[in-house]
Design a protein around this ligand. Structure first.
Ligand SMILES: [Zn+2]
Length: 282
């Protein structure tokens, strides 16, 4: 049997994972993950970036375009407009049994405007009120007097693996958790490190006449402080099993959704390997 129940197996010295939310808003989440390793965190990061499906314009039918922007450039611009994605209500086009496109796999966004005006992403009218451009203020084209544009854009689910327009994340990054130590025996309190730190991690406390580490999580390990300290009193290291993991999305999905779907994908992949090995072992 391939069942794996011993939590101590991975990594040896206790691999219980501990996750804390450092900050979160509608489009961004920063997590502190302890008890993980680089391959796991990086796999999760890669899946968030390129394997979590999101909506983007894939086909554009241009009926009229009097503007000075070429049809293909306009189609490309439409492709890059982030679109709110409801993963429950839509299926990937290649999994649908329709021949062209249908409401199960595609959402149509209509545009019909007459100049003079600047046409924005907010002028697109979606057939599905849940699937609309994330922002209304992305300029698409400029129409002069009496110029007209009329088109239908078809948005479908896709993966960042195929095209960057389907990447739900604008940032998917991690860094090892910084550990900064100041050796007070060596430190001459010249305060150069606090002055030079570009991230405001260190502070010189005049009253106590010492260097304070005010915000270690902001440290990007540039080691400017280490280089500036002539007496080598300060050291910056990364904690090997602890990470600061940041996901920022284009608004098509929430960062929590991206992480959840990415974990499901990773779990499915692992299940496939387990099933495969079980079948082969028998
Ligand atoms: Zn379909």
């Amino acid at each position: 049997m391939m069942e794996q129940e011993d939590p101590e197996v991975k990594g040896g010295e206790g691999s219980k994972m501990d996750i804390n939310v450092k900050s979160r808003d509608e489009q961004k989440i920063v997590l502190v993950i302890e008890g993980a390793d680089v391959p796991f965190i990086n796999a999760l990061r890669r899946i968030c970036m390129v394997e979590v499906p999101t909506m983007a314009v894939e086909e554009v039918e241009i009926y009229k375009n009097d503007s000075r922007i070429f049809d293909e450039v306009l189609a490309h611009r439409l492709g890059l407009v982030p679109i709110k994605t409801d993963l429950e209500s839509i299926i990937p086009h290649d999994e649908c049994d329709c021949t062209d496109h249908c409401p199960r796999c595609s959402v149509s966004l209509l545009l019909k405007e007459k100049g003079p005006k600047v046409v924005y992403s907010g002028d697109l009218t979606s057939q599905d009120p849940k699937i609309t451009p994330v922002h209304d203020t992305i300029p698409l084209l400029k129409l002069r007097d009496d110029e007209e544009v009329e088109l239908e854009a078809i948005a479908q689910l896709g993966l960042g693996l195929e095209h960057a327009k389907w990447q739900p994340t604008t940032t998917a990054a991690y860094k090892t958790y910084p550990i900064i130590t100041v050796d007070t025996d060596k430190c001459e309190v010249c305060a150069k490190c606090a002055e030079e730190c570009p991230r405001g991690v260190l502070e010189f406390d005049e009253k106590k006449n010492k260097i304070l580490i005010v915000d270690p999580e902001e440290c990007n390990m540039c080691r400017t402080c280490e280089k500036d300290c002539e007496v080598e009193a300060i050291t910056v290291k990364g904690q090997e099993d602890k990470f600061i993991f940041k996901i920022e999305t284009d608004g098509s999905l929430s960062p929590e959704e991206v992480i959840k779907v990415a974990c499901d994908i990773l779990s499915d992949k692992s299940d496939k390997i387990i099933t495969f090995s079980e079948e082969k072992v028998k």
